[in-house]
Design a protein around this ligand. Structure first.
Ligand code: SF4
Ligand code: MG
Length: 336
């Protein structure tokens, strides 16, 4: 059977005053129901752009999208806005980083949770309010019958994020896209929200795309990972494969800059040297070569000249041989 979500050779280009931004390049991945895919990378790596392409939220005037996005057999690239409207909030839903910008201050939390439900099911306002109370209870808001008529400013940051999740799940979407859903929250609340997402996934069976710059966030939440750099997927594997034996030098850098929650000592974080490249003029060859420590191991100017491709399945887009990847990681990178 075809995968529930299948993205094939996705390209996203933006026209800007300074030229064309190559925001996403040749991206392919699959996702099944009930599974969580973590998409990890620094800001500007193309993670959010990919998610907005799936949701059909890019302005067609400034954006060119090519490739295939198949959701449960429906082709989303080039779909009419009217058809996408029917899918958004219903079959696919999203949770963003900052609930304050996504929740309106002028309407009660309950009314906002009920809105997609009323819109997509034709339920009455009273039924919508009842559904909002149920959803508030599901996401762990105490006394939901009292809190349903509160305004967003009467909720704490963690409660607002729970309300956003309630709003996203109110129509039982089969695809949930969460873009940095816990970044604005403190560590304890982060863990609670991620646990909540996992519990709700069990109950609803949704496929989840979890977008983050923080490997720590996906470590306990995702099943598979896609590491993105400069608009391209550079490594793919299960969470276990990538956390125990990552194969791409960029992923090694991400791991090195990941705070170790288990460690009692304050270990210094090792940031990846340099900055992500401009996507107006991406580097030749391997997009990571200006920041990579290993082009000499590959030899010649191959890293500068030849673009490494990402093979299907467990893979990394890097010219190092499998033996080199293994040896360099275990001897030079692996945290002791
Ligand atoms: Fe580094 Fe070369 Fe591998 Fe790119 S292809 S990650 S530059 S070693
Ligand atoms: Mg982003």
């Amino acid at each position: 059977a075809a995968p529930f979500l299948s993205v094939r050779d996705l390209y996203v280009r933006f026209g800007t005053e300074d030229g064309v931004v190559q925001a996403v390049d040749n991206l392919s991945f699959d996702l099944e129901r009930g599974r969580t895919l973590g998409i990890v990378g620094e800001s500007g790596s193309g993670k959010s752009v990919t998610n907005l392409a799936i949701l059909g939220l890019h302005s067609p005037n400034y954006t060119k999208i090519a490739g295939e996005i198949l959701l449960d057999g429906d082709e989303l690239t080039g779909a009419r806005e009217k058809d996408l409207e029917k899918l958004r909030g219903n079959k696919m839903a999203m949770i963003f980083q900052d609930p304050l910008t996504s929740l309106s201050p002028y309407y009660t939390v309950g009314r906002q949770i009920a809105e997609p439900f009323v819109k997509h099911t034709g339920a009455s306002k009273r039924e919508g309010r009842q559904r909002a109370i149920e959803m508030l209870a599901k996401v762990g808001i105490p006394q939901p019958t009292l809190r349903v008529d509160d305004y967003p400013h009467q909720f704490s940051g963690g409660m607002r994020q729970r309300a956003m999740i309630a709003m996203a799940l109110v129509c039982n979407p089969s695809l949930l896209i969460a873009d940095e859903p816990t970044t604005a929250l403190d560590v304890t609340v982060q863990a609670q929200i991620l646990d909540l997402l996992k519990d709700l996934q069990q109950e609803f069976g949704s496929a989840i795309i979890l977008i983050t710059h923080d490997l720590g966030v996906v470590a306990n939440t995702a099943d598979e990972l896609l590491v993105m750099y400069a608009g391209r997927a550079v490594e793919r594997g299960t969470v276990k494969e990538i956390l125990t034996e990552p194969q791409h030098p960029y992923t090694w850098g991400l791991l090195g800059s990941m705070p170790r929650l288990s460690s009692s000592v304050d270990e210094p974080l090792t940031p990846i040297p340099g900055t992500p490249p401009s996507l107006l003029a991406p580097p030749s060859g391997c997009p990571f070569h200006p920041r990579c420590a290993f082009p000499a191991e590959v030899g010649g100017s191959r890293c500068q000249d030849e673009r490494p491709l990402l093979a299907p399945g467990r893979a990394a887009a890097c010219h190092l041989s499998p033996e080199q990847k293994h040896t360099l990681f275990t001897e030079k990178i692996k945290p002791r």
